[in-house]
Design a protein around this ligand. Sequence first.
Ligand code: SF4
Length: 313
Amino acid sequence: MSATPDVTPRYLSLPDDEFERRANALRERYADCDLCSYDCGVDRTDGQVGACKVDDTAYVSSYFPHFGEEDCLKGWNGSGTIFLAHCNMGCVFCQNAETSHGGKGDAASPAEIAGMALELQEKGCHNINFVTPTHHSPHLVEAVRLAREDGLRVPVVWNCGGYERPEILERLDGIVDVYMPDVKWSDDSLAAKYSKAPNYWSNVKRSLREMHRQVGDLRLDGDGLATGGILVRHLVMPNHVENSKRVAEFVAELSDETYLNVMGQYRPEHLALTEERYAEISRSLRPDEYTQVVDHALERLERVEYDGRMYRG
Ligand code: SF4
């Protein structure tokens, strides 16, 4: 079995001048930032910060072969995960608050990030998995361009919160192979309360349609490794089964072959543990809540992952 999925990543077909044009066009956005749906309009090149709380310096908190991802990403050598610090959402239940909200990480240039990607490929990782990438899209596109020159050949995964903008995603068309949005809410008031993300639901729907337009349904090679497409994640929250059902319904509207991973491992963390106003999500998920959502998804979708395994609906 080859560790490199049996596919030509899309970024290998992008002409040099177009790749450079995309990277430059994205970098210009730092000066009047609209890289995500917050559309803060701050000049990050001048030290200003928006909701993601970071200027135009990218910070990497860690990079390593990750064996906790879906089977089609982790394979047998791991998913080549590069965790970016900071985040463009402010989830009060975040399990990585030190990194996402605290910004813990080391400054990294595009060339250094390219080096990390190549190192992970060298270790046999089956893909490069950028986690929380959106607020540093310019750095990452440039990193892929540089890594390609030095021999990167595995698919690129965009592991995000769904709070993207179609206009920015268009710049990633032909560069990202697998989009992996974690769709958290189907209700704007819940998104505003728990993730500090205004108008999340309308934005996430537009973004997922654009992702699906670009890459289509998830495709696997003969060894079960992801080669391209969209993989949607959804973490079921306590007391919010209806929210989850609407997410599954929307995902099925994209295509009934859309791969949906229904995750049931929610545990209260960060502010959800300490603040009374988040009491609704201050407990773990009950098995019956999870089952209701899984059943709803299986009625609508052909490919549903739950309890860490993929099933056909
Ligand atoms: S990437 Fe950061 S500064 Fe830019 S729009 Fe999003 S939250 Fe605001």
